[in-house]
Design a protein around this ligand. Sequence first.
Ligand SMILES: [Zn+2]
Length: 449
Amino acid sequence: MATVTQAYQFALDPTPRQRRALASHCGAARVAYNWGLQLVEARLQQRRAGKNVDLPWTLFQLQWEWNRAKQQVAPWWAENSKEAYKSGLDGLARALKNWTDSRAGRLKGRPVRFPHKKRKGRSRDACRFTTGAIKVLDDRTHIQLPRIGILKTHESTRKLARRVQQGSARILAATISRTADRWFVSFTVEVQRQDRSGNGKTDVVGVDVGVRHLAVLSTGTTIANPHALQRSLRKLRRLNRQLTRRAPASNRRAQTRRRLARVHARAANLRRDALHKLTTTLATEHGTIVVEQLNVAGMMRNRRLARALADAGLAELRRQLTYKTCWRGSRLVVADRFYPSSRTCSACGWVKAKLTLAERTFTCEACGLQLDRDLNAARNLATLAHHVARSGWETQNARGVDQKTQPAGQVAMKREVGTERRSGRTDTAAWQGAATWIVQHPLGYSPSR
Ligand SMILES: [Zn+2]
């Protein structure tokens, strides 16, 4: 038996009055966050001027300052649960800590920026409740939150309600959030779960996530996008073009924006749903699953819709596989992001210098292999697993932080051998050797890959 922290999210059907209350709580969280940030900046400036003032950096300190000031800053504070302000200040304390950690070199990846102001309409509307009456009601169609009261859920809460009734789950917190014009509640739940040590399967499958297809497996199976998703993607492209033609700050532009947000949310839902079906099958029916690592830094910079969508799909696939492989006892291998899975020949190992997104077929100039590019990539990923198996398993998340909820040995990632680049070799021997299969590729990461 293992205790894991898990989230259960449900769409809500709030009344107009409840909608206002939900929005008000999220607004209150934002106000507290911005107020705290302003205070921290002012105190930092005073310190720089040589004054000896307290610098509130933790949630506890920020809350203390807020309680002294709230009557002045927000005389209407009693309209919302105190949890709303705490939620905003907690977000700020976390952001400050991330910044400190990043500066001290405790976080991998790009440097974390100093927290900046949250703007209404631009930042995500969310608010977290950690104390008070947080419940899933026995009728399985309602939930209860402090101050906001009883809310109807859009879907049945059966899966969570059953666990709570059996006593195998304990609700720790609830977060309300808004996506486009829909409200959600997400419960953070401590769950007692039976983890398996194996699912009886020994085979390896490589998975390549795409835009034209949902995914291509190294076994040759192609999982198509659901029709509804395909339609949403077309609509998304059309609305994106429309948006660029709209005059700035016009009503029409605002209208297109809202529409775009709705279609975006729908496409994301459809994709997530399809991915859930796929990942359950993968985790049940295969021993080891290999996926590409997401290039987070490159993702932020990329403005091409197709690439952004593929990255979003890959992120979701990896997230789902991380916990599902734990539950089912299969294993997940994440390839290094410099591993050229699309540009390598899966038959002989020759590496093509450049492969544009438009090239749908991989043609090997060394052995003459012609293969669908996604299938070729999936096969290369599957091959990788054998090298990992030889060089041992390690557990780490993408930013170098060990994760509490992850049993060791489930997510394997070979750590970079060193930061220096290898001798400029592009041939396959460089990554096929068991100890050095992760290589800083001399060509670097190219978005056209
Ligand atoms: Zn070849």
